[in-house]
Ligand binder design. Sequence first.
Ligand SMILES: *Cc1c(COP(=O)(O)O)cnc(C)c1O
Length: 236
Amino acid sequence: MASIAENILQVRGRIAAACRAFDRLPTSVTLLAVSKTCPGVSVREAFAAGERDFGENYVQEALAKIDELADLRGQVRWHLIGPLQSNKAREVATHFDWVHAIDRMKLAQRLSDLRPPELPPLQVCLQVNISGEPSKSGVAPEAALALAHEVAALPRLKLRGLMAIPEPADDPAAQRAPHRALRKLFEAMNAQGLGLDTLSIGMSADLEAAIAEGATCVRIGTAIFGARPAKSVPTS
Ligand SMILES: *Cc1c(COP(=O)(O)O)cnc(C)c1O
C-alpha cells in the first residue's frame, strides 16, 4: 500500500494536471486533507509531507485530535466540513479556523457571538444543497443569496465562499453540472459585491471536474489516507 506521502504526491499531481488541462494556476487550488476517522499520527505524516490544511467532520473526534496535535497549532488550519449542531458552536468557534457547512443564520449568529475576540474572524463557507437532495444538509440554492448577505454582515465571521457535496456521478460531464451550478451562484453573489474567493468543491472521485468548474479548495480524504472504516463514527 502506498504511504500517505506517496498518496499526497499523487493527488498533487492530479491537481496540477487538472490545472494545466483547464488553464488554471496551480496556486489557485488549495488541497484540504480530510483526516476524519484518521489517527493523529496520520495527520503528522501528512504534515511532514507538506500539508497544512486539514478537514474534519465530527466535532468530538476533531477536538481530541486538535488537542493531541497542539504542538502544530499556528502551523496548520483546521476546517470543520461536516454538519454542526448549535450546542457544539462554542467549541467550534474556539478551536477551528474554518467552517464549511454553514446552512442557517441562527448557527452563523451563534458562531459569530462565540468567536473569541483574541482570534481572527472565523472563516466560513455556506453549504449549498446544489443537487436538491431532500436528505442532504445545506441551504437551498434559492435561499443562498439572502443568507450570504446576512452572514457577510456578522462581525466575527468572514464569509469566504460556497461549499457543496453533489450527488456522486461517474462520468465527468455529470460531475461537472452541479459544480457549474454552484459556480454560477458564486458569480451571482460576487456580482452583488460579496467578494467571495472560495469554492469548496471536489473530493477524491471528482476533483478534476471540480477544478474544471473553478474549485479553489478540494477536500480529499480517501485518495490521501485510504479507505475509511464503514460508518460507525458518531455523527458529531
Ligand atoms: C469525507 C468528506 C470528504 C472527502 O471525501 P473523499 O471521497 O474521501 O475524498 C470531502 N468533503 C466532505 C464534506 C466529506 O464529508
